[in-house]
Design a protein around this ligand. Sequence first.
Ligand SMILES: *Cc1c(COP(=O)(O)O)cnc(C)c1O
Length: 363
Amino acid sequence: MSPKANILLTPGPTPLPPQVREAMARPILHHRTREFGQLFDFVLNEMRAVYRTRNTVLLMTTSGTGAMESAAVNLLSPGDRVVVHTTGVFGDRFAAILEAYGMEPVVVAEEWGCAADPRKLEAALRSLSAVKAVFFQHTDTSTGVLNDVRALAETVRRNSDAVIVVDSVSGLAAEPLETDAWDLDVVVTGSQKGLMCAPGLAFAAVSERAWKLVESAKLPRFYFDWRRMRKSLPDLETPFTPAITVIAGQAEALKLIRKEGLENVWKRTAALAAYARARGQELGLELFARNPSNILTALRLPPGVDGDILTARLLAEDGISIAGGQGRLKGHLLRVAHMGYISRADLEAGFAALARRLAPAAA
Ligand SMILES: *Cc1c(COP(=O)(O)O)cnc(C)c1O
């Protein structure tokens, strides 16, 4: 057996570039200093470039789910009508968050592996009045589908005055997304996927249309109150102690994205995705997603192969982390990520190990 590697092919966290690791090893700054203020300002400006927006960008010390929750509590009041168009685990999470706050979201559900169909969203919006917000994913990491965010957003605009909330935790800086050109009101993301940093930061880009709701929303909020975050922005501060070390790492990752060029990042990720789809199919595995994203490739395992055992052995014996299926897909899927700092060499090593483990004689 070849020496054990240590390769992350998981859809978050993703591997860290050496510059990011180095930045996080530096002595810590205090967050009420000019030096931190400059770092914070740099990160917010670069995030605006990655989001392709002129809207306000907020930084939160939390994982991506915290940013999803912050969108719910800052936009809504009890009794508001909201729609969630779900394509898997993460759309269902939006619905669960809303339900936790006593909301009763109208859920438009797709069969897992299918992208959100704008016609279904249109039918739902036409049957409802006074919809306040529509929630959906850019890429649903549980199934590997890419949603047509632009078409979904146009559908919302044509049929309602609702704000559009997009979860691009796994999509941003990997798949094309145009916050302003597509007129998206809130786009949330996290630091540990396409953004090539450690977990711990989340961001929200918030439009003027959304800020109007933020002012009137009545759901309870304290730590995640966007009004408080916006108020401290002119001082280049956060209301509470932020994950300073992770912000230092995020700044380095954003420099790398700036240097490569965001569109080149999208192209590189697309090329890795094409490679992963081809290698997966060469191994006789079927693509799970009908409209596959470039962030990860979801591969359906043949009957008789237990995905949980396979991924456990890949990790323990080959040193390669590949995610299995989530929720009802547990044991039936492999999800091979190719976002962020994951390289062609990482993917080659991952597929070579997978090929050995799937070969009947090696089992
Ligand atoms: C990873 C992810 C999240 C957030 O997960 P956290 O573990 O809270 O960071 C949300 N949505 C999608 C689509 C994701 O891939």
